[in-house]
Design a protein around this ligand. Structure first.
Ligand code: KG4
Ligand code: ZN
Length: 358
């Protein structure tokens, strides 16, 4: 079965062709980086417009890269939520149109389920039950994941952020410090140059479900630090630098970032990573997991990957490769495969749901 996956939930227009839920024949991602960069974050209206521009060429490219024609496809899979409604609608409408005109089954996929299946693409034999953490710009959610049949998974939410997602914290702190957008990759590159223990951030003690997260406090703490240390001028200078050169080399960055700022960046990342690892380990222990799955854009983070490989983590930990950690459509086609096999199809009433639960 050859599935065309379509993903347009946020700011990447993506299409991929995946065979039997496993073999990636093509994986095309068109980034809207240059459109949103100047605003320091995703502008929903612009995102929808860019998806409209990109969807046809991106799908065509995915078929071309896979050396397939439309008639070779077995099904169309499309992300139906959670995400930006205007963005989701572009993918859903296009997916419906393809399904109708080609007379192919349509499968609606939850974006978070896609992120979890990104891991299974490379590690199909990982052991369940697993603790799956999706950590991205929109989510910091932990799911207790069990296998109910071949490729069929069921999910129970065990912890989530009560405010900002971890990736959102990376993005907001990077914006605050004049490091551009998206913030995660910039902070990831710069953090090893600073002292992670220079600034002590306290993390919120959660009432109720202690497995929940909160990242808005650390963002405010960084802001206070910036104000107290009088860093405004330095930040304004970096923003000007970024306007001239949106993708600075590490050498150019290091010239523009004084040591105390590098320490602040390192301390911020250290605190967020420690919090993610602490919660994942606590959840895995509580539920008796056989393995850990870490996915979503923040799963690209070097320090996070290292921390999960440390001896304190007793479980086998599985990450997708970076290209499959951030938003892509291969994960959507992969997640659709067991649904298609089980006959869980969508029809033309498939709707975009901004807060679709998993
Ligand atoms: O999964 P994704 O592509 O989109 C969402 O579903 O949100 O994740 C994007 C998020 C952004 O917040 C970005 O800053 C973050 O992932 N990110 C990273 C890294 N690469 C991307 N965060 C930390 N370290 C990274 N290397
Ligand atoms: Zn995502």
């Amino acid at each position: 079965m050859t599935i065309l996956g379509i993903e347009t939930s946020c700011d990447e227009t993506a299409a991929a062709v995946v065979e039997s839920g496993r073999r990636i024949l093509s994986n095309v991602v068109a980034s809207q980086f240059d459109v949103h960069r100047r605003y320091g974050g995703v502008v929903p209206e612009l995102a929808s417009r860019e998806h409209l521009r990109a969807i046809v060429p991106v799908v065509r490219q995915a078929l071309e890269d896979a050396a397939l024609a439309y008639r070779d496809l077995s099904a169309i899979a499309v992300t139906c939520g959670p995400g930006l409604v205007g963005s989701l609608l572009v993918g859903i409408c296009y997916g419906k149109a393809l399904s109708l005109s080609l007379n192919l089954p349509l499968v609606g996929v939850n974006h978070l389920e896609g992120h979890i299946h990104a891991v299974l693409l490379e590690h199909p034999d990982l052991e369940f039950p697993a603790l799956a953490m999706v950590v991205s710009g929109g989510h910091t959610h932990m799911f207790w994941t069990t296998q109910t049949g071949p490729g069929q998974l069921s999910y129970r939410l065990v912890g989530r952020t009560r405010d900002d997602a971890a990736g959102e914290a990376f993005d907001k702190v990077a914006k605050l410090l004049g490091l551009g957008y998206p913030g995660g990759p910039a902070i990831d590159r710069l953090a090893p140059r600073g002292n992670p223990r220079a600034v002590r951030f306290t993390t919120a003690k959660m009432k109720g479900n202690t497995l929940d997260f909160s990242f808005s406090g650390i963002k405010t703490a960084v802001l206070r630090h910036v104000q107290a240390a009088g860093m405004e001028e330095e930040i304004a200078w970096r923003k000007r630098l970024l306007e001239q050169n949106p993708r600075p080399s590490i050498e150019a960055w290091l010239e523009a970032i004084p040591r105390p700022t590098l320490d602040l960046i390192a301390s911020f990342q250290y605190t967020v990573v420690a919090e993610l690892v602490r919660h994942a380990v606590a959840a895995a222990e509580r539920e008796n997991a056989r393995s850990l799955i870490i996915s979503g854009g923040v799963a690209c983070n070097t320090q996070l990957r290292e921390a999960f490989r440390s001896e304190t983590v007793a479980w086998p930990v599985y990450f997708p490769p970076p290209k499959l950690s951030t938003d892509n459509a291969a994960m959507i086609a992969a997640a659709a495969y067991p649904k298609l096999a089980a006959g869980k199809l969508a029809d033309l009433t498939l709707a975009a749901e901004a807060s679709l639960p998993l």
